[in-house]
Write a new protein. Structure first.
Length: 463
């Protein structure tokens, strides 16, 4: 049940021969994200699912569509604005009042009547009497009459009678008078009432993921709380007698649990709330007890490892009469063996144990499901078409997801392989920013050929 790179044979000779990995996402699917993860570190050989060679493989698109049809958005509830960042708005929000609710000054200067200063110039300035001051946060206590001006600060309400602002750099004060050095038209430097939104106008639509601007708009409308879809709680559990937590002493033959942390970061990146459940030995009773102990704290279960022929029965026995889990082969590399079902009414994902298989499986199936549970409508990663700089080989009967680094060169996107296609080489993912998709039926993608690339991180310049 390895989660780290291992020698051929233990980490998967089949993947060393079939060195592709690809996906063809369904661009028309609508999903969201919410879940619980059981990250396990499994022997990479388990991924090859020996003994089920006659079992027909299902396409990536078919499996994802089936999973998305079985997950539903979580029940929305209200959260304070400072806790709602990243969540998806459950209902349309309309302006309860005009925004802003009053006209204000865009400059420090003087509030005046525009017609009083129509003839003002540097050579022949117009003199106005200063009759008061308008301050931010206070209602003006003076009006502007003919031949008058009011000192005003940026953001302060416009006094009654004024319709223009003379910026301070275009005026000269002389005691209780001000000399205006140029003309300004009606509305100059005035921010109108309801310029941002009128009462009853749609401010933020349902389905929008709340980021800084949305939170600011809701705050300006006076809303301390907002109804959103909650972040899925994702419990991460690693199973395996050979696993050791990072930082603890390790003996020969033991490996550190890496899958849990790959999943933890991926879940957090998707906007869900990961929960590390620790390492569980290969024991049916302990697996069941730990998972059921997390039911009240988790919304979805995911385990890495335990989906090979020999271990399927362990999972099924652990949740007999408590869930319905199916195991199948997906026509993809890496990540062919997969499991999905329900445990105590919560989605359960069973992933293969190889580190790269865990990452790719998460991107293809779990991330879209979590996004759907969070009310998201944009469930798939962005894509670009890029030209390969290297030749890639893979099994003709599977979609291959090859780890690549995408960069811009001379007006086109280039995709450079980050290493071998074996599913135990997690470093090929850390060096990559995308997954090049080689479709079923294509055995070789030649250097210079155009491929579709799923981007899973920003195209930063660092190497």
């Amino acid at each position: 049940m390895s989660t780290e790179a291992g020698p051929p044979g233990r980490d998967g000779d089949a993947d060393q021969a079939d060195d592709w990995s690809t996906l063809q996402p369904r661009r028309d699917l609508d999903t969201a994200e919410h879940g619980v993860l059981f990250g396990a570190g499994r022997d990479p050989a388990q991924e090859h699912d020996h003994g089920h060679g006659d079992e027909p493989m299902r396409s990536v698109e078919e499996v994802r569509a089936s999973i998305l049809s079985e997950v539903v958005p979580l029940e929305p509830f209200e959260l304070p604005l400072n806790e709602a960042f990243g969540c998806v708005l459950a209902d349309d929000v309309y302006a309860p009042l005009d925004l802003p609710p009053f006209a204000s000054s865009a400059m420090d200067g003087f509030a005046v009547r525009a017609r009083d200063i129509e003839e003002a110039s540097v050579d022949e300035p117009v003199t106005l009497q200063i009759v008061g001051r308008a301050l931010m946060g206070r209602e003006p206590d003076v009006a502007v009459g003919t031949g008058e001006a009011v000192r005003i600060a940026t953001g302060a309400p416009i006094p009654e009678g004024a319709d223009a602002i003379v910026p301070i750099e275009h005026a000269v004060t002389q005691g209780e008078s001000v000399l205006v050095l140029r003309a300004f038209a009606e509305g100059a430097s005035v921010r109108p009432m309801a310029e941002d939104a009128t009462k009853g106008q749609l401010l933020v639509p349902a389905g929008r993921r709340l980021s800084g601007p949305e939170l600011g708009m809701l705050a300006s409308a006076g809303m301390p709380d907002v109804k959103v879809y909650p972040r899925p709680r994702v419990a991460i559990l690693s199973t395996g007698d050979e696993l050791v937590e990072p930082g603890r002493p390790i003996s020969f033959g033991q490996i550190r649990d890496s899958n849990s942390y790959t999943l933890f970061g991926s879940i957090r990146d998707a906007g869900a709330s990961p929960l590390l459940g620790g390492i569980v030995p290969d024991d049916v009773d302990e697996l069941r007890d730990v998972m059921l102990g997390l039911v009240s704290r988790a919304d979805v279960f995911v385990s890495s490892g335990g989906v090979s022929v020999g271990e399927r029965d362990v999972v099924k026995r652990a949740f007999f009469r408590r869930g319905d889990i199916s195991f199948y082969r997906v026509a993809m590399q890496p990540g062919m063996p997969q499991g999905f079902g329900q445990v105590e009414g919560r989605p359960y994902f069973g992933l293969p144990g190889n580190p790269v298989s865990v990452f790719v499986s998460f991107e293809m199936f779990i991330r879209p499901a979590l996004l759907k549970m969070m009310g998201r409508r944009d469930l798939l990663r962005p894509e670009v078409d890029a030209d390969l700089t290297d030749e890639i080989h893979g099994p003709i009967n599977r979609t291959v997801f090859s780890r690549v680094r995408v960069r811009r060169s001379r007006g086109r996107w280039l995709a450079e392989s980050t290493g071998g296609g074996q599913s135990n080489l997690l470093s090929t993912v850390t060096r990559a920013n995308g997954l090049a998709v080689i479709p079923v039926g294509q055995e070789v993608a030649h250097a210079g050929s155009r491929v579709r690339v799923i981007l899973f991180r920003s195209l930063e310049a660092d190497r």
